[in-house]
Design a protein around this ligand. Structure first.
Ligand SMILES: [Zn+2]
Length: 175
């Protein structure tokens, strides 16, 4: 499954003949769940259906590329894509499900302002570490990226939007 608008790879799933027939008939993606052994319509519980714009088959006919317009995050974690960085998928899932004892969940409960404050603190620590050359820049940068992910997730912004923005800024001549 590939986002028809920006080419982003969203997810991979299994189809059988019936799933393909239903997909063609309804214009929404249907799959075969090997674990549940049944057909399922993507978004049947989440509402995040995939409207199918185009179906292509590969050279030996054993794989299909679906170009879709997603109604919401394709991944069950709440991430736009199943192929987003693992850390992002984990953070989004914790923000969504707020498991007991999770640090991310406690930050999410505290709200956007608290998450923003943490990003500010971690950014300052990373900057000071770099200037002091104290050998802690990797740890401080990891703290910063982690808390930035939490802030984005709590603010309801997918990291894919940040990637898109960065991609827009790359000048063709610099590539
Ligand atoms: Zn996923």
């Amino acid at each position: 499954m590939q986002d028809a608008s920006d080419g982003r790879v969203l997810m991979l799933a299994w189809m059988d003949d019936e799933a393909l027939r239903l997909t063609r008939e309804t214009g929404e993606a249907w799959f075969w769940s090997r674990s549940r052994e049944r057909l399922w319509r993507k978004g049947e519980t989440s509402g995040n259906v995939l409207a199918v714009e185009e179906i292509r088959d590969d050279c030996d006919g054993d794989a299909l590329l679906l170009k879709v317009r997603p109604a919401g995050p394709a991944c069950h974690t709440g991430s736009t894509s199943c192929f987003a960085p693992a850390l992002w998928r984990t953070v989004v899932e914790r923000v969504r499900e707020r498991p007991e004892g999770s640090y991310v969940a406690s930050l999410a409960d505290a709200g956007v302002a608290r998450c923003a404050q943490k990003v500010g603190e971690e950014a300052l620590e990373a900057a000071l570490s770099a200037v002091a050359n104290d050998g802690r820049l990797v740890e401080e940068a990891a703290d910063l990226v982690f808390h930035l992910y939490v802030l984005l997730a709590v603010a309801g912004v997918d990291v894919a939007a940040v990637e898109d923005e960065l991609a827009r800024r790359v000048k063709p001549s610099a590539a």
